[in-house]
Design a protein around this ligand. Structure first.
Ligand code: ADP
Length: 259
């Protein structure tokens, strides 16, 4: 082939140039592949709730129900699907900002305890629907500089998963403590757990363990990707331990000396 010929005749420098060129074009094709996959996934994620809305509206259009409550239920379902779409778009906006390095970090001295209490009370209703108890314990009083909105978002995503992937009548434990140079927020659930072979991939964008199950539980597959990115921005770390059918524990570690 022409390439082989150039490589042989050109010897040292040209051959190195060629192989560099090959590496670059390989990387470009990888990026292109990821981009396509991303667009494919986004379209699919948005299509699912939109199809449901369409169906629900059609049922309303042709249905002649005596009971007003049935209409109310339809509207509530539509509302739920619209909310899902909003959630996906919000997630996408965050991802776009992360990709463009536009996510400015706005550090403020924060009582982490206060931040956690606030987000737990926001998630309480969702937990109650499954009769899940959230047990929170502040072991150390920690006041550090963080971007409030971003850390709230990261922990909310993790707690949201803990509720989503837990069975009814179970407990979720949250602890806040110091460990070496880090503030640690531990979120432990008694849920379905994550299979060993998937655990290394759950922080990838759009990765979901069980596609069929996840579809029912909702979500965009972006939650943990976003959580990890936001924690990385703080110079922190996120660690997961899990056992199938027993539960999952996430440790969010934030540097104590972030300025
Ligand atoms: P999703 O929107 O699907 O929840 P995430 O990025 O938040 O996306 O999580 C990725 C996948 O990791 C989930 O689809 C689920 O399979 C798994 N997962 C995350 N948290 C838990 C948990 N607490 N227990 C069991 N599985 C979990």
């Amino acid at each position: 082939s022409l390439y082989e010929k150039v490589k042989i005749e050109g010897g040292g420098e040209l051959s190195r140039l060629c192989s560099n060129f090959n590496v670059i074009s390989y990387k470009l094709s990888q990026i292109e592949h990821q981009r396509r996959e991303f667009v494919h996934n986004v379209s699919h994620e948005l299509k699912t709730p939109l199809s449901s809305i369409k169906l629900l509206i059609e049922s309303l259009k042709y249905g002649t129900y005596e009971d007003v409550n049935i209409y109310k239920e339809f509207f509530m379902d539509i509302y739920g699907e619209v909310d899902r779409i909003k959630q996906i778009i919000d997630d996408l906006m965050i991802v776009v900002n992360i990709d463009e390095n536009k996510s400015h970090i706005n550090l403020e001295l924060t009582y982490i305890n206060y931040l956690i209490e606030k987000l737990i009370s926001r998630m309480m209703l969702k937990a109650k629907e499954k009769n899940i108890s959230i047990i929170y314990k502040e072991i150390d009083n920690i006041q550090i500089k963080v971007d409030n909105i971003k850390i709230d978002r990261a922990i909310t995503n993790i707690l949201d998963n803990a509720i989503k992937y837990s069975n009814e009548n179970s407990n979720i434990y949250i602890y806040l403590y110091n460990e070496e140079k880090y503030a640690v927020i531990k979120v432990k659930d008694e849920g379905i757990g994550i299979p060993q072979e998937d655990i290394g991939r759950i922080f990838e964008r759009f990765y979901r363990v069980d596609k069929a199950r996840s579809r029912k539980t909702g979500g965009s597959g972006l939650g943990l990707f976003i959580a990890k990115e936001l924690i990385d921005l703080h110079g922190g770390d996120i660690v997961v331990e899990s056992k199938e059918k027993e539960g999952t524990t996430f440790y969010v570690k934030l540097p104590l000396d972030l300025n």
